[in-house]
Design a protein around this ligand. Sequence first.
Ligand code: G6P
Length: 470
Amino acid sequence: MKTVIISNRLPVKIIENNNEYTFIPSEGGLATGLGDVYKNGNSIWIGWPGIEVPEERQQEVIDKLSKLNLYPVFLTQDEINLYYEGFSNEVLWPVFHYLVTYAHYEQSYWDCYKSVNKKFAKAALKVLSDKDKIWIQDYQLLLLPGILRNKLAQSTIGFFQHIPFPSYEIFRLIPWRDELLNGMLGADLIGFHTYDDVRHFLSTTTRLLPVNSSANILSSNDRQIVVEAFPMGIDFDKFSNLTSKDEVRKEIEDFRAGKENMKVILSIDRLDYSKGILERLKAIELLLQLHPEYIGKFELYMIVVPSRDTVPQYRDLRDHIDQFVGNLNARYRSVNWIPINYFYRSFPIEILSALYATADICLVTPMRDGMNLVSKEYVASRNNNDGVLILSEMAGASKELTDAVIVNPNNLGDIMEAIVVALKMPLEEQQTRMKAMREVVEKFNVKHWVNNFILRLNEVKDSQNSLLTK
Ligand code: G6P
């Protein structure tokens, strides 16, 4: 019996260079969170390798990936446009993050979303056996639990959504809302990061579909579906230990040289309008306007990892960020000081670790975020218990990291004040807060998350089976 993880993206993606394929780790919380875990257990992972692979080269990719227990689902350019960029990232992503005006409800997107979910089911059925546990991940595959349930009535299916589940009033805007919910209900256990997401899902489902609910259990077609919160963690030890690696220590030293009197603020995100990047920059502008005493006293290191830049809204955002940073730096910089050090690229984990370890403040201000693992990675990297985390109350992580300085990301004054508080925070207070947060991040790490979900999935299935035999 094995665990079969299915997600849109594999934890590695293909990069093509001079007609050569190389495999590198994928970006994003899901791949980083689960990436290390699946290697250790008896599991396989099914998903898309990130680019269009021509038919004549697919076997080469299959052979290389199968050595890593990874099974590719190949998408054509049309499917990438309509299912991935279209329905997943121009309908579900904006609506689930409450940015409904960004949504384009195109029938062709929906048709392709349905057919690609079927394609994933076909790929899964080739490698699945009756006894396997199936664990489906995220919003790109909402229909997959239902499709697999129809084929394998008795199978054990878990579904976890890594992004928020919106309130009923938002979800019901989607033209294909009932089909989406019915798809999800093919699972035995449905997990979200927070209790609020669970609440929204339960109320949406009972209002839109003829299902009954008792506490967190839904009954549909004589089946019971359990809905629960499983806040995802990170590999605490990995981030904590990285800072003592020689390579990282050297980076920290180089980075700190000449910055003795400078406070370093760090922000790291994928390029995304849900991350509040422009709002964060506006808060920095406000700080420079209203508190000129801090000019020359801090630097923001802002890393934006390229993502989905074939989707128009992401391209526009990238252009706006370029413009805003250029303008702000041009107005406030001096010969030897620049307020915003902006990087539009990804970095190896050693550099990220050095930045986490060096930064006096980590600024995490998404407009909405399912969890936000950057905030946890910062905390895990602070082995001296110092540093201040400023965290948006709209991130799932704010439910656990209550010792962060919590802000409303729509309130620029609030973010600015939080930065001032952080710049002035005495070491003792930093340590009290950081220690408390480190305990949480260490205990509720990603292994705990995986084990907990799988354990619950087994329990739910056992209790369903015992109901059937009564
Ligand atoms: C978020 C989503 C993941 C997704 C990741 C990267 O973390 O929850 O499902 O894989 O972003 O986005 P991408 O579109 O590049 O897969």
